[in-house]
Structures are given as structure tokens and as C-alpha cells.
Design a protein around this ligand. Structure first.
Ligand SMILES: [Zn+2]
Length: 376
């Protein structure tokens, strides 16, 4: 029954998209429009960051029974728009505010994992996955769970390990607050200030334990010093799940060129953030300025280090033409216009993330699985 529904859905989407392509081609005369849909049908996007779960808490107190996930108002993400946007996999953030640090962050994080879990197991269009193979093989929209902010583990490796058991496959080391063991790119919160200690010995143990478990280390929101310290010790590739190029927009959340080069050495990935405040430091953000970030990063480290982490529902302003998750084809269309090749775009859309995830799993499998930091 489920597969029949999906096939019917696929057929409908294909038909709708062909119609849209046809109309776009007719109205704009743009020969690349059709190719963007075609390419994304062949290589559905793996999006590195989305905060729908946070919005479900804010707007609906996580009461999923009151929400039709196909069509949700006041947010930028729902099943219908993910389908229209050719999103094949979405990394959903389990995020709790920094104000919960050292208080109820662990419980609140569990509740956010629960809402993602229910969302992705109670709807036939979605599937919760926990491996690169599961991610690649599913015919549904894959969901991956990521924790956004190390304050969620309350400085406890056992808690980190239990989050892994619950399906979490990635964690950002900080959000906008320092943790006792890692430093944030933001100075909004005046907590755990320290000089020249951007990743403490315990912070190094967190990274080693994530390597051992097979959890992707996410450096978005970390300070550059913390990111560099992690890149020195991580045995597995790391990601910036939603950060853009500092050379194009000099915001502290973005990644400078020298750090991009270190990331390339590590085999990791920067998944470009679409939030207006990070892509256009001055003036109106649009599809073109977003494409400038891709072009710049490609020039510095090559397309194989690039992915997409939209950050929808994690910020309020998005570029003209990229207002929600249904609009991703407009970005791919712009990159095609700039002569990005199919090979480059298949990597950006999907294969680069899969490569990193597989490598993280490989490091975990062949590494130190038998030894854990169990005294901690
Ligand atoms: Zn974020």
C-alpha cells in the first residue's frame, strides 16, 4: 500500500515538474530550467540542516496530532514542499536553547529527538535512517537526527553514547553558547569564558568518542579556534552543516579560506547556509549571491568539499527566490547557468555527504570500537 502511494506520488510529482519545466522554459526561455529538475530527480538533495522540530515545539508544543505535516503554516518546511524541492534526505536538528544548559537540556533534547522520531516513523513519505546505506537506499525522504549544540550532553559521555543509541548521527559541538569544553563563534552568552583553551581535554574526548561511535562532528556554530583544534585530532571527516564562505560575507558563523583548506585536508564538507544574514552581509540576498558562495568555495577547495545546509526554520530571513525548502531547484538552476557540471552538482546535492558519512562509519568500524571512554 505504502509503495503504491509513493509511486502514485512520484508519478504526480514527475508530471507536475515536467509541466513546471515546460512552463518555465516557455516563459523565461531559460534552457537550464529543465535540467535542474532532471538533475535533482537523479540526485535528490541531502540537506544538512533544518529546524522544523524547533518550530513544532514553539508553535505546537510538539503535539503532532494537531499538525498535518504535509502542509504546515508559518514554517518553511513540510512534506509537500520537501517533495516539490526534490529533497531526498533531511538532517533534522534536535536543538534546545542555550538557556537550558546545565539545567534541563538533556530532557528537552530527548523531547526533540522524540518529535523527529515520531514525525519520521508515522508518515509513509518519511523514513528515519541511521546509516549511509539506509540514507542512500530509501525511496522515501530520509530523516537523519542531529543534535545542535554540545550543551545537550551536559558534559556527559554516557549521555552522548545514549543519544547515539537513539539514532543521533551528528552533533554540533556548540550553539551560540560556549560549553565547559568547546567555544562558540558567538559571544551572546557570557558563559564558560576562558583564554586559549578552545577545546579542553574533555572536549577532545568528546571528539574521539564521536569518532569511535560513528557520529559526524559538526563545526557550524563553533569558534574558528575550536574548529581548528578539532581538525587537528579528528580521525574522521567533519562537516560544517550550515555555514557559508567568510570571504563572501564576513560573518563569524562563516568559514574563512584557511579553515576551508584545513577542512579539505580532513576530507570534510561545508554545507552552504542559505540564511540571508549569512549569505549577504549587505543588501538584499538573492539566488545569485548564494551561488557566489558556492563558486568561491569551489575556487578555494573544489566542489567535492561542498554540500547544502539550508537552515530553514532556524532563521527568519531567506533570499528572494529561496524562501522555503521547495525552492532548491532555483539554486541548482543558477549553478547550471554558471556551468557547474553534472558531476560537480551530483556531489554537492548528495554524493559528497554520502562519502563523508561512509568514511565516518569506516573510521568507527575499523577504529577503536572495543575501547570506549567508559570511565567518563
Ligand atoms: Zn544553527
Amino acid at each position: 500500500m505504502i509503495s503504491r502511494i509513493l509511486h502514485r506520488g512520484d508519478f504526480f510529482n514527475l508530471g507536475t515538474n515536467l509541466m513546471l519545466c515546460f512552463l518555465c522554459g516557455m516563459t523565461s526561455g531559460d534552457p537550464t530550467t529543465g535540467s535542474a529538475f532532471g538533475l535533482m530527480t537523479k540526485y535528490p538533495l541531502i540537506d544538512g540542516h533544518n529546524d522544523l522540530a524547533l518550530m513544532l515545539r514553539i508553535l505546537h508544543d510538539n503535539r503532532l496530532s494537531q499538525v498535518d505535516l504535509h502542509n504546515i503554516s508559518k514554517v518553511a518546511t513540510d512534506i509537500n514542499r520537501l517533495t516539490t524541492g526534490h529533497v531526498g534526505a533531511q538532517v533534522f536538528a534536535a536543538y534546545v536553547l542555550c538557556g537550558a544548559q546545565a539545567k534541563d537540556a538533556v530532557r528537552l533534547t530527548l523531547e526533540q529527538i522524540d518529535v523527529i522520531n515520531r514525525m519520521c516513523t508515522e508518515n509513509p513519505e518519511l523514513e528515519l535512517v541511521t546509516s549511509a546505506k539506509g540514507l542512500n537506499d530509501t525511496k522515501r525522504i530520509a530523516c537523519l537526527i542531529s543534535i545542535e549544540g554540545g550543551h545537550s550532553i551536559d558534559s556527559s559521555l554516557p549521555t552522548l553514547r545514549m543519544f547515539y543509541q537513539l539514532g543521533v548521527r551528528s552533533m554540533a559541538l556548540t550553539h551560540t553558547c560556549n560549553t565547559p569544553w568547546a567555544e562558540s563563534s558567538s559571544t551572546i552568552y557570557d558563559v564558560y569564558q576562558r583564554e586559549n583553551d578552545s577545546l579542553t581535554d574533555f572536549g577532545k574526548d568528546v571528539v574521539k568518542e564521536m569518532n569511535r561511535l560513528g557520529m559526524i562532528v559538526d563545526l557550524s556554530h563553533s569558534s574558528w579556534a575550536t574548529a581548528r583544534a578539532v581538525l587537528q585530532i579528528s580521525k574522521a571527516p567533519v562537516i560544517f552543516s550550515h555555514s557559508s564562505a567568510h570571504a563572501v560575507c564576513n560573518h563569524s558563523r562563516n568559514v574563512p579560506d584557511d579553515l576551508l583548506r584545513e577542512l579539505k585536508e580532513n576530507g570534510g564538507l561545508i554545507m552552504v547556509n542559505l540564511h540571508s544574514g549569512f549569505v549577504a552581509c549587505h543588501g538584499q540576498a538573492n539566488v545569485s549571491i548564494v551561488a557566489d558562495h558556492f563558486t568561491h568555495i569551489r575556487k578555494v577547495v573544489g566542489s567535492e568539499s561542498i554540500g547544502i545546509g539550508g537552515d530553514f526554520d532556524g532563521a527568519s530571513k531567506f533570499p528572494l527566490g529561496l524562501e522555503d525548502v521547495s525552492k532548491y531547484p532555483a539554486l541548482i538552476q543558477e549553478l547550471l547557468k554558471r556551468h557547474w557540471t553534472e558531476n560537480e552538482l551530483s556531489g554537492v546535492l548528495r554524493h559528497n555527504f554520502l562519502r563523508v558519512f561512509k568514511e565516518v562509519e569506516k573510521v568507527s568500524a575499523k577504529g577503536t570500537r572495543a575501547r570506549c571512554f567508559c570511565s567518563l
